[in-house]
Each structure stands twice: as C-alpha cells, then as structure tokens.
Design a protein around this ligand. Structure first.
Ligand SMILES: [Fe+2]
Ligand SMILES: [Fe+2]
Length: 280
C-alpha cells in the first residue's frame, strides 16, 4: 500500500496552498455529479498524483549525486504532488461518495507500483530532466484544461492551484536541466528525441490502468472492455479541442531545445497545425 497518502499532512510542510483551507462544503455538486468524464479525469489523476512518493524515490536514486535536485524533490516537489492527489481525492469523495476511492486506489497502486522502475528513466541526467519538463508540461496543461472546462467554483479553485504548482515544477526541472545541460553538452537532436519519447509515453501510459481500476469500482457489476476507455478518450478529446492550451504546451515543450528565435517562428505554425490534428 502507498504510505504517502495515509500519513497526515505535516503542518510544517512548505506548501504554497493548503487543502485544509479549501471549503469542500461549498462544492456545487449538482454542476458536476452527472459528468462521467470529469469523474474519470479526477479519479485517475488522484491515483497517479497520490502515488508520487514512488517517483520521488526513483528520481532521488537517479539524482543521488545532485544535492540541489535531491533537496527540492524531497522537500517540496513530493509534498506538493501528494497534496494534488489528496485534494482530488477529497473532491471525488465529496461529489461521488458512493465510489470506494480507497479500494480502487489500492487496486491501482498494486499494479502501478510494479511498473514504476528506474529502467524507465532516460540514459543521462540532463535527458531525464528534459523528460520531466515534458511530464510537468502535460500536467500543467491538463489542469489548465480542466480549470477552463469546469464551471464548478471549488474545482476551479483547486485546479487553479494545481496548475500553478505544475508550472512552477516545470521551471525547477528546467533550471536543473540548464545546469546539467552545460555539464553534459547534450545535443539538440538528443533532447528532441527525449521529448518525443516522453510525449508518446505520457499519451499511452498510465491512463488506461487508472481508468480500468476506477471503472471497476464505479461499476462493480459490469465487465471492463477497451471500448469503455476509448469512449472516455473520445470525450476527453472533445474537451481538449475546446480548452487545451496549445500555445502554452508548445512553448514549454520547445524551450529545452534552445531554438534560435527565427527557427522557433518557423517550426511553431506547423506544430500548431499538427497539435490541432492530433486533438481531432
Ligand atoms: Fe501534480
Ligand atoms: Fe508536478
């Protein structure tokens, strides 16, 4: 079982905002309760976020010789990511109390923990930091999308906080990347390959596992089939088409490539088109 989420939040943790300060009784449940897609988005994100201690452990092992990275990961990043998970859990439990979050999360965690290994990391510290920038780009743009999509005030408040945290995480990983980049002299094509690899991974990876476990506990009497997940992805794509911040995503993804301004102006328009095509 995950030990991170079971612990009480430490009052000393240096968090930029606190779940305890959010008034969950103010949730306008009727605005969100029938939104099946939102339920899955929030439940699956809560599972992944709350399991962040696993990642911190692996990343800490990987960056054992870099004190700056270690101190930030363990002192700030982990606490903030776990709070994201706790806030989303609290929201899901408040809106969908019949959903057995604890049981679904335990089932997810058993499968997820076995997959979170050091082998998944990029071959060098700088390239893994590029990849972490991709992950933070995906979370920052995801919460921004949900923030734009929802008209429920408490969820707007929570996702507003989370998206700011994720943007800040990006800037920390980017700063560490700059330091390692100078030492490693990573070529642009290597960085680009690391970005593409992680974009593909983010798109394919843990979503299905998390969805499957959320589905199993939401509908214990039904058997999960791939079409259920595909239908969910179709709904997510419809939301993304309207609310996904394409410009923000592209700028964040391209930044570690240090493209000259002129080249950036050339590559941005086709990338915008490609992103819109992917969103459908
Ligand atoms: Fe997060
Ligand atoms: Fe983050």
């Amino acid at each position: 079982m995950p030990d991170s989420y079971a612990q009480a939040e430490s009052p000393a943790a240096p968090l930029p905002w606190r779940l305890a300060d959010i008034d969950l009784t103010a949730i306008d449940r009727e605005r969100v309760r029938s939104d099946e897609t939102l339920f899955y988005l929030l439940a699956t994100s809560s599972f992944v976020e709350i399991a962040s201690a696993l990642y911190t452990r692996n990343l800490s092992a990987y960056y054992a010789s870099d004190e700056g990275v270690l101190e930030w990961l363990n002192g700030y990043w982990e606490q903030e990511e776990i709070q994201h998970g706790r806030a989303l859990r609290a929201y899901v439990q408040a809106v969908w109390p019949e959903f057995d979050w604890e049981a679904a999360n335990a089932a997810f965690y058993a499968e997820y923990a076995a997959r979170c290994t050091l082998e998944e990391f990029e071959p060098t510290p700088a390239l893994e930091l590029v990849a972490r920038c991709v992950v933070e780009t995906s979370t920052a743009t995801f919460y921004r999308t949900v923030h734009q999509y929802t008209d429920e005030p408490v969820l707007k408040e929570i996702t507003g906080h989370i998206k700011s945290d994720e943007v800040r995480h990006y800037s920390h990983f980017y700063k560490f990347y700059q330091q390692h980049h100078a030492r490693e002299r990573v070529g642009r094509s290597k960085s680009m390959r690391a970005i593409v690899r992680r974009v593909i991974e983010v798109a394919n990876d843990d979503g299905l596992i998390a969805f499957r476990h959320a589905f199993a506990y939401r509908y214990p009497q039904r058997v999960f089939e791939r079409r259920h997940y595909d239908a969910f992805l179709g709904d997510v794509r419809r939301i993304m088409r309207r609310h996904f911040p394409v410009e923000m995503a592209l700028k964040m993804l391209l930044k570690p490539l240090y493209l000259p301004a002129r080249l950036q102006r050339v590559v941005l328009p086709p990338l915008r088109v490609a992103t819109r095509l992917v969103l459908g």
